[in-house]
Ligand binder design. Structure first.
Ligand code: ATP
Length: 236
């Protein structure tokens, strides 16, 4: 579904991604883990078209998407939930969701997708007229995911959905990730600092270190790897 080959991405002179290769198969949940500054966010930004790689190929369902504007990549079925949520604080929950579907011209379709989001996140339904900025952190994360779902994506890129959330909300969010994958068959690339949670929901994983893939394999094997346990799972 998603294939990344030899991707190098720079911020000016800073060489942030140094030849990334990864694949995400249709219907898979794949975790991308790694420490601060490893390049996880940069990888997602490169995939969704927010950054253009200097070298390398990215294909989505067989189509080369390098150099394509981000909104065209979204239209092809890949939706990005960015780090820090980036919801519109001065707009209501409903308006934020509407913006997610701004390219969907069929109002009935928008309405039915909004209902689906509300079914997935009943808490958003209860708060549909509340301003985004007044939601709790966990509710804002739900809204950010809900907004990304308004285009009915085939592939969802999730950047640190658990960041700053209480354990209860973290569980809710990971539950939703699993439901989206199992019930809708959504393909998911999940970037997480919470490596143990990410490895428990993913089938496969990649470990990123200073812009390079250091390790990849079945999530269960990665979770058992001694270097991973020490570096990312908080074990001595
Ligand atoms: P974290 O878990 O801390 O968010 P990350 O793995 O997502 O880290 P990135 O945000 O992708 O890491 O950063 C990768 C490297 O690129 C880091 O060295 C970072 O300082 C650098 N970087 C990120 N954004 C920019 C930017 N806008 N300008 C310059 N350098 C940047």
């Amino acid at each position: 579904m998603l294939e990344v080959q030899g991707v190098h991405t720079y911020y000016g002179q800073i060489h942030a991604l140094k030849g990334i290769d990864l694949t995400v198969g249709e219907g898979e949940v794949v975790a991308l883990i790694g420490g601060n500054g490893a390049g996880k966010t940069t990888t997602l930004r490169t995939l969704s078209g927010m950054l253009r790689p200097k070298v390398g190929n990215v294909t989505l369902a067989g189509k080369n998407i390098v150099g394509m504007p981000a909104h065209d990549i979204t239209a092809l079925g890949m939706s990005h939930v960015p780090e820090g949520r980036r919801i519109f604080g001065q707009l209501t929950v409903r308006e934020n969701l509407d913006i997610g579907a701004y390219r969907v011209t069929d109002r009935k379709l928008t309405a039915s997708r909004m209902e689906e989001v509300f079914q997935l996140f009943p808490r958003l339904k209860e708060r549909e007229s509340q301003l985004g900025g007044t939601l709790s952190g966990g509710e804002q994360q739900m809204l950010a995911i809900g907004r990304a779902l308004m285009v009915d994506p085939k592939v969802l890129l999730l950047d640190e959905p658990s960041m700053g959330l209480s354990p209860k909300f973290v569980e809710t969010i990971f539950d939703i990730v699993q439901r989206l994958n199992k019930e809708r068959g959504t393909t998911i690339l999940l970037v997480e600092q919470n490596a143990s949670m990410a490895l428990s929901v993913a089938q496969r994983a990649y470990v990123l270190q200073t812009g390079e893939i250091r390790l990849s394999g079945d999530a269960a094997d990665i979770a058992r790897d001694e270097s991973v346990r020490k570096a990312y799972l908080g074990e001595e």
